[in-house]
Write a protein of this length. Structure first.
Length: 551
């Protein structure tokens, strides 16, 4: 294990390497800018859909799209600190794609610049999860999803920042620093795909790939006003996508696309699912192409909706977003029925045990003698407390802080406890499906999260709202987020009236959102059954067109 002095030297060297990469690209762009700046500005003003069409008809060249977004990405980084690195190989990849398909039929993602979350393998590059201990290693081979995206014509061009551990919905680590929200530097863009969300929201990339193990695509998408989807984990390859905590087999952890518009997500999902080589690269990937019949169907849907899951009261603005979306979907002819997921408090327990089956041991190994991000010191302190002490604290605090007491019980003492919890989780899944089917549901509409983008330190203190997203990782359902509104002055006033309970987590939320939150984006969450990602995308598309149409 390197000493702390050696680790700080590695961090310093990595930061210098990152800056050198920015300087190389910036020097190239500065040399080209006098003649190409107007062209790049025009490209960045295009929507994803317009850019995709322009690339296909060759009115925009892949190399020009790349240069336009390289400049935009570095500008976004200077605003938010969202990048881990720019990929210098992208220049070669863009020219190769253009040469290969010049005047010929184009693959679905031809020439499209695409950004990637740090944990997604790119051959020869470092994957750290924010741990300085891992800086001295580099990965061999691209992730299967990267191979398929390149095969389908996309140009990976930038990698984005993450929180240390990937297990918190903020975005900070000791290597690359803190990523800030594009609209408010005092607030977080979310996590763990926070760098990706900040880059996209600052218009530094047309489409990106994040990962989601408890809401890590959906939470930052909601915070930053994006569309993002968590795909069914067993339907697409997870091969060579790094796991911060390997072995969380009870959780549906999956990659998913993020962008300003749902059409970009649909294009990426369709291209990957229809790739003829996905199954060859990863035989565990099923032969299940994109189902256009589900996506393009005009049959009205039966949609269950809820704005309180029985565990955490979402802020009034999150409930308003659901109500306005519900009304808009009813006006389009869909049937909206009130429905509440069963036993969410129990589901939270199963989720937490499955997400941390070793009680945090692997994370502690990675940070012992290492460098811990200040945002996570509290987490590591809690993981180091013996389980019997936590349970004693839970018993003593149950009368005054019942929610805190319950959270202290979400740890396993043995493999036997874990096996029992896995069995109970399987029973819960069957109960959930039965409730869904008894209500005759095609999809579900609910809050994207418990609140909009908070100050940077709130996620390290208050993880209660994770039930709104983590539930659908436990179940491995398809789930996506779409922006529909923003916080108003009235929403702030309603927040002050709502949280009157003597609950420490609610008090923290009230302090974070009764001032300074006006204008923050707010999304809703759309959910579909496993392997019905097309229904989720269809509902997301209808919500986008009906509630929050893009210019």
């Amino acid at each position: 294990m390197p000493s702390k002095t050696e680790l700080h030297a590695l961090i310093s060297a990595q930061q210098q390497k990152r800056q050198q990469g920015f300087d190389v690209v910036r020097t190239l762009l500065d040399r080209l800018a006098p003649s190409d700046q107007e062209k790049w500005d025009g490209i960045r003003q295009m929507s994803y859909t317009q850019l995709a069409a322009a690339l296909k008809d060759e009115s925009v060249a892949p190399i020009d799209a790349l240069h336009a977004y390289q400049e935009a990405a570095i500008n976004a980084h200077e605003q938010t600190n969202c990048l881990v690195e720019v990929l210098e190989e992208a220049e070669r990849w863009a020219r190769e794609v253009e040469l290969k398909y010049k005047g010929a039929d184009k693959p679905p993602l031809y020439g499209m610049p695409i950004s990637l979350k740090e944990q997604i393998h790119v051959d020869g590059h470092t994957i750290t999860f924010g741990y300085a201990n891992l800086l001295s290693t580099s990965v061999q081979g691209d992730a299967v999803v990267v191979e398929v995206l390149k095969e389908q014509g996309a140009i990976p061009f930038a990698r984005t920042n993450i929180p240390q551990t990937l297990m918190i919905y903020s975005c900070s680590n000791p290597i690359y620093g803190k990523t800030t929200h594009p609209l408010d530097s005092d607030r977080t863009p979310g996590g763990s795909s926070g760098g990706e969300a900040a880059l996209l929201a600052a218009r530094g990339s047309p489409v990106g790939i994040g990962t989601d193990g408890g809401g890590s695509v959906r939470i930052p998408s909601s915070f930053c006003g994006l569309a993002g989807i968590k795909l069914t984990s067993t339907r697409v390859s997870q091969c060579r996508i790094g796991e911060a905590i390997p072995g969380c087999k009870g959780i549906g952890i999956s990659w998913g696309p993020m962008a300003l518009e749902v059409n970009a997500l649909t294009d990426v999902v369709r291209a990957v699912l229809n790739s003829p080589t996905s199954n060859l690269r990863d035989p565990y990937t099923p032969l299940m192409p994109f189902r256009e019949d589900l996506f393009r169907s005009e049959k009205p849907l039966t949609i269950g909706w809820y704005d309180f899951d029985g565990w955490w009261h979402a802020l009034p603005v999150m409930k308003r977003a659901v109500a306005e979306t519900r009304a808009a979907l009813e006006a389009r002819g869909h049937k909206l029925v009130p429905w509440t997921p069963p036993r969410v408090k129990d589901a939270l327990r199963y989720f937490c045990l499955a997400f941390s089956p070793d009680g945090g041991r692997r994370m502690l190994e990675l940070v012992d003698e290492g460098v811990v991000d200040p945002m996570l010191r509290q987490y590591f302190f809690l993981y180091r407390i013996p389980i019997w002490v936590k349970r004693t604290i839970a018993t003593l605090t149950n009368w005054w802080f019942p929610r805190l007491a319950y959270m202290n019980r979400l740890f396993t003492e043995s493999s036997y406890d874990l096996r029992i919890a896995y069995g109970q989780a399987d029973e819960y899944k069957r109960e959930f499906i039965q409730s869904w089917q008894s209500a005759g549901l095609d999809a579900v509409l609910c809050p994207a999260f418990g609140h909009p983008a908070p100050p940077h330190d709130l996620p390290s203190q208050c993880s209660g709202p994770i039930t709104y997203t983590g539930l659908y990782n436990l179940l491995d359902f398809s789930a996506g987020v779409v922006r529909v509104t923003e916080v108003t002055n009235k929403d702030q006033e309603d927040c002050a009236k709502l949280y009157t309970e003597e609950d420490m987590f609610y008090r923290m939320a009230k302090a974070a959102f009764t001032s300074g939150s006006v204008g923050l984006p707010v999304g809703v969450q759309c959910v579909a059954l496993p392997n019905q990602d097309e229904i989720c995308l269809r509902l997301m598309s209808e919500v986008e067109k009906t509630v929050a149409p893009r210019p």
